[in-house]
Ligand binder design. Structure first.
Ligand code: ZN
Ligand code: ZN
Length: 425
């Protein structure tokens, strides 16, 4: 019998993608800071943690890279603005989630997932000392040169390597691939199970027929041989059927997302007309991050980038969101210099209602995004360091509805994407 395969993974701490995965497990339960993630990522996590606390739910993650891309693979695409360059990598992993309700009931799940991460870094040779960064110590927006010399608010000093690169978006998508070892394990499980099942069945049949006693060596050997034969042959067929069954089930869940195939290409084709630097990867990561904040916020309308109607209590029991990897492009409209884009986003959500956990709930949201077309793209935009259009002071837009320096008003959609409507389909 093969030894139970122990998944061991050692993160390379000089690699920001791996540092992020390592920190993420403990960050989600609030035990550790997610220093590898940017301020918006941490803010989304904070809103989720507040939701969990409010519902008395404890949630833990464990992500262990495994399979074909356990060492990570970079996507060949990069996208950049004046100062920053972003790229993506993914790791095939084993994902474990534990949800513990207020009543102390624990709900465990295990699945293969691919974790996608976007890394943003300063373009080599570009001086960003005058750029604004959110102080990792106290959260106040400051010039990078000030943070290098010591933050004027909290005094913490940073090195450039502590500020960049940083993970600016991430999401987990189910992975249906099997490695050779996993395939073998799956097969072995069925063969051994069927073999043992046949043996027990044989004993019972003999007992019922009154033929069990006396036990003869010949009788036992023949029963063992039959069991072994049945284990190998029948077990093989059963394991194949189980595999096909689970694939059919997954395919069924995937059918509604079929329209999203090639959406990225269609998207880019239309969007490049408006902005040649458009990145589908950026918009996807951004949309998922905004949705997380909106759906976990106590009052979504308090968020500067949510311009839609109140969501009521539709999402009040939501405790976790997984993006299913598909976003379908539904259309766009240009009006008075603003671009309105409608997409369908596929999510797999977990709810805790009256102590009952409902995980794996597939949901489709129709989301309309809006952005000012005349403003340059900022791929390192952050709601935590909004620049005032009037006095150019920087402030945290999650805490200030107007500029704290000059009192000026701002519209997030003049700086980056905002969400103006969400419909549950
Ligand atoms: Zn500070
Ligand atoms: Zn101002």
């Amino acid at each position: 019998m093969p030894k139970e395969e122990q998944v061991v993974w050692k993160p390379d701490s000089s690699n920001i993608y791996e540092r992020f995965i390592e920190q993420y497990d403990e960050a989600i339960s609030g035990e550790k800071e997610l220093t590898a993630g940017d301020q918006d990522t941490r803010y989304a996590l904070k809103l989720q943690q507040e939701r969990l606390r409010e519902k008395g739910v404890k949630m833990r993650y464990r992500i262990t890279p495994r399979g074909f891309m356990a060492d990570g693979k970079s996507l060949p695409k990069k996208w950049m603005d004046q100062h920053y360059v972003s790229e993506m990598a993914y790791y095939t992993s084993l994902w474990e989630r534990e949800i513990e309700t207020r009543e102390g009931k624990t709900y465990r799940q295990k699945s293969k997932m691919t974790i996608y991460e976007t890394k943003t870094d300063v373009i080599g040779g570009v001086n960003v000392e005058e750029e604004i960064y959110v102080c990792p110590g106290c959260g106040a927006p400051s010039k990078i040169k000030d943070l290098l010399n010591g933050c004027q608010y909290c005094g913490s000093k940073f090195q450039m390597s502590e500020l960049y690169p940083t993970i600016t978006s991430h999401y987990l998508v189910r992975d249906f691939s099997f490695t050779k070892d996993e395939m073998k394990k799956h097969l072995m499980k069925f063969m051994i199970g069927t073999g043992i099942g046949t043996f027990i069945f044989g004993i019972i049949i003999r007992a019922v027929k009154g033929m069990l006693l006396p036990l003869t060596v010949g009788g036992i050997i023949s029963l063992l041989l039959i069991s072994a034969f049945s284990g190998v042959v029948l077990g093989y067929f059963l394991s194949s059927y189980a595999l096909i069954g689970s694939l059919v089930k997954q395919a069924g869940r995937t059918v509604p997302m079929m329209g999203a195939i090639g959406a990225g290409k269609r998207f880019e084709f239309f969007m490049k007309k408006y902005s040649p630097e458009f990145s589908y990867e950026y918009l996807t990561g951004k949309t998922v991050a905004m949705l997380k904040m909106i759906l976990f916020a106590k009052d979504a309308q308090e968020l500067p980038f949510y311009l839609g109607k109140p969501l009521g209590d539709r999402f009040q029991d939501l405790v976790d969101i997984l993006f299913r990897g598909a976003m379908n492009f539904k259309g766009m409209k240009e009006q008075n210099g603003y671009l309105h884009v409608t997409v369908d986003v596929f999510l797999e959500n977990a709810y805790v209602t009256d102590g009952k956990v409902r995980a794996n709930k597939d949901e489709k949201l129709r989301v309309t995004l809006v952005k000012n077309l005349n403003m340059p793209i900022q791929y390192h935009f952050s709601i935590k360091k909004l620049e005032c259009p009037t006095c150019h002071g920087s402030f945290d837009a999650t805490k200030n509805k107007t500029c704290p320096y000059c009192g000026g008003t701002y519209r997030i959609e003049d700086a980056d994407w905002a969400i103006e409507d969400i419909q549950v389909l």
